[in-house]
Design a protein around this ligand. Structure first.
Ligand SMILES: [Zn+2]
Length: 581
């Protein structure tokens, strides 16, 4: 009798639950595929900030709770992961980087500290790639060369039969060999283009070194990257990003020609990151792979010009590939004295904004009216001010709210502009590693700004204090996209070596918890994805990372010795360290 009642109760319960699922429109698929237990779960969710365990059903988090609560959900074929006390956090989001990144068919010269090593890598690469018509590469530094002076002869000595062009670490300079000069038709008689220098020796011969816009004279002769090359780069760098704990990224200037490689990777089920795209708001000009040099408005856009963007939005709706933002560039960088400032740099010049305020207002308003989020690169206080003005104009003109427009980098804001971020609902899209106080920052960046402006430059605390939403990114390929060293930097404002003691302008330091939010929840918000990811909450996508140490509790220096052990995106492992399990 008791059994029959139990069966009856179970049947009624089943109907009620089934009905509840039906009413809520949910799938009945609640089989628990995997549980993570006996750990420390930092959810990022204010409703339940901490837990011990979580359960994954298909691609989502089914439940978060204590180990016993979660174990009770498991069935016989559920996989159990014993976390052994380790920390789990939501998958990291990088809110500003540049995919597909450096070609896999280029020689990597990073860390080549001597001339011998520079030449060895070039020579080995050329021998290994007889099929390439040009040898290109990236990452050398002046310190590898005698008297810090580069010359084409150093490349000619190892590769002379094919043209070679290799760019310096930050991409503002490059070195060609004699064959490349010959193909590009560069001689002692060739004069400098605007904004660039062809370096010449005392006797007037080109040395092979090209600075800034002069690089275009060579780039114009290098065959464009093939789709296969872009695809292989996407796969390789996605692997590296997954190993760093990333599960989502915002691409900050998507090349319109690169979309097919993302679609190919998605179709082949090979995506290891969620991508959100932001192509340029005007046709790209001049630049090759890097930041655009100049975006002066050539004409006002019309509604019809937005058609390609509307199409893209229809095609890429997430959750793996998503489009909804466009990127504009308002100024350059502090280091090059091209960031637009209200007051002169120490040594003179205020940089020049790439846009007139009126042109910018109208262009931003047009995208805003169509429901697009606008990302504006603005580093100097003048450019940041202009970006905020344009967002304010768009909201006023269109009567729109909640577009979540973004200022990219936002390195040197005017203090009086800080409250406007919150007032206008504008996101500060900042890069934690920009505050790494290395020689470039201390001896160039800070010196050019002078102490007053430097004291609040790349200060992540001021945005938090102003109540702005702040999304962290890396600006990779300029900097590494690893979030853990970036968190260390945001928390200490010291180099990995621990200098300067106490941190560079330590008032700008933030807590590990704040940095984690900026790399997870706030990035999801900046992508309009906070309902489906960004925290470890029931019903959200199962994007998570297992770390070797609890970075919320260890001394900050130890964050640098913390490893990503496992990265999970949508319930699937995208990276697993050999030492895990
Ligand atoms: Zn960038």
């Amino acid at each position: 009798m008791r059994t029959r009642i139990a069966v009856l109760v179970a049947a009624i319960l089943g109907i009620v639950l089934g009905l509840a699922n039906f009413v809520r429109g949910q799938s009945a698929h609640k089989h628990v595929d995997r549980i993570f237990v006996k750990g420390q779960v930092w959810t990022g969710d204010d409703q339940r900030p901490k837990a011990e365990a979580l359960a994954i059903a298909h691609d989502k988090i089914l439940a978060v709770g204590s180990t016993s609560e979660i174990e009770a959900l498991a069935s016989s074929d559920t996989v159990t992961v014993d976390l052994k006390g380790r920390l789990v956090v939501p998958g990291f989001q990088d809110s500003h980087l540049h995919f597909p990144g450096q070609s896999v068919n280029e020689v990597d010269l990073h860390g080549a500290e001597t001339l011998q090593e520079f030449q060895r890598r070039l020579s080995d690469f050329a021998k290994a790639h007889p099929e390439l018509p040009w040898i290109t590469g990236h990452g050398w530094g002046y310190s590898a060369f005698p008297n810090q002076t580069v010359d084409k002869k150093y490349i000619d000595a190892v590769v002379s039969d094919r043209p070679v062009y290799v760019s310096e670490r930050d991409g503002h300079m490059g070195l060609a060999n004699s064959r490349a000069l010959q193909i590009a038709g560069i001689s002692g008689k060739t004069s400098d283009p605007p904004n660039g220098h062809i370096m010449k020796s005392k006797d007037g011969e080109p040395t092979g070194e090209f600075k800034e816009a002069a690089q275009g004279l060579i780039y114009g002769h290098i065959p464009p990257r093939s789709q296969e090359d872009l695809y292989q780069s996407l796969l390789r760098h996605s692997d590296e990003a997954a190993a760093a704990g990333l599960t989502s990224v915002q691409d900050a200037y998507t090349d319109m020609g690169a979309f097919p490689v993302f679609e190919r990777a998605a179709a082949a089920n090979k995506l290891k990151l969620r991508f959100r795209f932001a192509p340029g708001i005007l046709p790209q000009e001049g630049a090759r792979g890097g930041a655009p040099r100049n975006h002066k408005l050539t004409k006002y856009l019309t509604e019809a010009d937005l058609e390609p963007y509307r199409k893209l939005r229809g095609t890429f709706q997430g959750p793996l590939l998503k489009f909804g933002g466009v990127k504009g560039v308002l100024d350059g960088t502090v280091d090059a004295r091209t960031a637009a400032m209200f007051e002169p740099y120490v040594g003179g010049g205020t940089g020049i904004p790439f846009w007139e305020q009126d042109d910018l207002n109208k262009t931003v308003a047009l995208y805003d009216q169509e429901g697009f989020q606008v990302l504006l690169h603005a580093i100097g206080d003048k450019a940041i001010n202009m970006a905020l003005n344009a967002f304010e104009y768009a909201a006023r003109t269109n009567g729109t709210l909640g577009r979540r427009h973004r200022v990219e980098h936002a390195e040197v804001p005017r203090v009086s502009d800080l409250p406007r971020f919150k007032q206008l609902g504008v996101i500060a899209s900042t890069q934690a590693m920009f505050a790494n106080p290395d020689a470039t920052v201390l001896e160039n960046f800070a010196v050019l700004l002078g102490p007053e402006r430097a004291s609040h430059a790349d200060s992540f605390k001021i945005y938090d204090d102003a109540g702005a939403v702040q999304a962290f990114g890396s600006d990779w390929g300029v900097f590494s996209f690893e979030p853990l060293p970036a968190i260390h930097c945001a928390v200490t404002r010291m180099t990995p070596e621990g200098a300067p003691a106490g941190g560079w302008y330590p008032a700008g330091r933030i807590s590990v918890e704040a940095a984690l939010h900026h790399f997870t929840r706030d990035g999801a918000y900046a992508s309009f994805d906070e309902d489906i990811r960004g925290t470890l909450s029931p019903g959200k996508l199962a994007d998570l990372v297992v770390l070797s140490k609890n970075i919320l509790e260890i001394p900050p220096a130890e964050i640098l010795n913390t490893k990503v052990l496992l990265t999970v995106m949508g319930g699937q492992d995208t990276y697993r360290d050999k030492d895990f399990q």
